[in-house]
Design a protein around this ligand. Structure first.
Ligand SMILES: NC(=O)c1ccc[n+]([C@@H]2O[C@H](COP(=O)([O-])OP(=O)(O)OC[C@H]3O[C@@H](n4cnc5c(N)ncnc54)[C@H](OP(=O)(O)O)[C@@H]3O)[C@@H](O)[C@H]2O)c1
Length: 283
């Protein structure tokens, strides 16, 4: 069991996909702002080799989010929760990990759904369980999504079907049925969504829907929003004109501060928003 090296109660953030890109930059920004960070990564040795010396206010945990649909995932996550139970409250959850498969087949969909949708949901459930053990205090959740998941890209029946999802169970059922349709009936990407990387788009649309459901169900002291970081130069996006990961990290930290203020003043109403460059955009 690992503990933070501190004498006072720290502000704690949990960040997934912290090994590279935006996640890595977000962890570095949080550490600079005196946060303590629980970083979830597939391979902690990658992080440790490239980030020596590791600071005492960063704890790393290994988890492969592609396992999120498997039976074993619950016991792996339960192991992490046991570790986190001895820590003070987690004030901020940043669900950042994602994959962006190019293909449209059952394997690509399973990867995209597992990492981009089910993993954020399971981590959120763990976060809520841990939070429920403390006296309510403002805390927040940021789901790092993408404008590629905006509903305007979807065909009318699929847009309506996504908008009708009203619970976490319905969302999981929807993912399973979609994988079945692709596997057994040859459902084509063009029937679902326009544009490249359709599995990624669908997963991000579902992450946005998940964000709304989480925001609706969350207690008043928990704020949930999604953010699109824009085009950012990472492994996922090699466009030369894209922004730097540190700029996206800054947006994420600013949103976290906005969320804290929103909870304290009961501003923005009850449901979550989808943010890009500091402004709400449409889901
Ligand atoms: N870059 C862009 O232009 C852009 C645009 C819109 C939205 N986004 C979103 O921004 C977020 C960060 O993306 P990025 O651009 O920084 O991409 P990235 O460099 O590819 O980082 C994605 C991270 O996800 C984690 N990840 C991947 N597969 C995983 C798995 N099976 N299990 C657990 N973690 C896994 C990895 O973390 P570890 O290496 O630590 O395992 C990886 O560092 C994503 O949600 C992405 O959809 C990015």
């Amino acid at each position: 069991m690992m503990q933070f090296e501190t004498e006072r109660t720290p502000k704690i953030a949990l960040v997934t996909g912290c090994g590279g890109g935006i996640g890595r930059a977000t962890v570095e920004s949080l550490l600079q702002c005196d946060w303590h960070v629980l970083g979830v990564t597939r391979n902690r040795s990658n992080f440790e080799v490239s980030c020596k010396p590791l600071v005492g206010n960063l704890l790393l945990y290994e988890l492969d989010a592609r396992l999120a649909f498997s039976e074993s995932f619950h016991s792996i996550l339960a192991g992490l929760v046991m570790d986190w139970m001895v820590l003070p409250r987690i004030n901020l959850l940043i669900n950042n990990a994602a994959v962006c498969p190019q293909d449209w087949d059952a394997v690509a969909l399973r990867d995209a759904f597992a990492v981009n949708v089910l993993f954020p949901l399971r981590i959120y459930e763990a976060f809520r369980f841990l939070d429920s053990r403390h006296i309510p205090e403002p805390c927040s959740v940021i789901n790092v999504s993408s404008g590629d998941g905006e509903l305007c890209f979807f065909t009318t029946p699929w847009r309506s079907a996504i908008e009708r999802l009203e619970s976490f169970d319905e969302l999981i059922d929807f993912m399973n049925r979609t994988m079945d349709l692709v596997r057994s009936s040859g459902l084509r990407a063009a029937d679902v969504v326009h544009g490249h990387e359709p599995a990624y788009r669908l997963s991000k649309a579902l992450l946005n829907r998940l964000t709304l459901l989480q925001a609706q169900a969350a207690p008043a002291h928990v704020r949930v929003d999604a953010i699109c970081p824009g085009d950012v130069r990472t492994k996922m996006n090699t466009a030369p004109r894209a922004r730097l990961p540190a700029e996206a990290a800054q947006d994420i930290l600013q949103l976290a501060e906005l969320q804290r203020q929103a909870v304290c003043t009961n501003h923005f109403g009850e449901s979550g928003h989808f943010w890009r460059f500091g402004r709400p955009i449409s889901f």
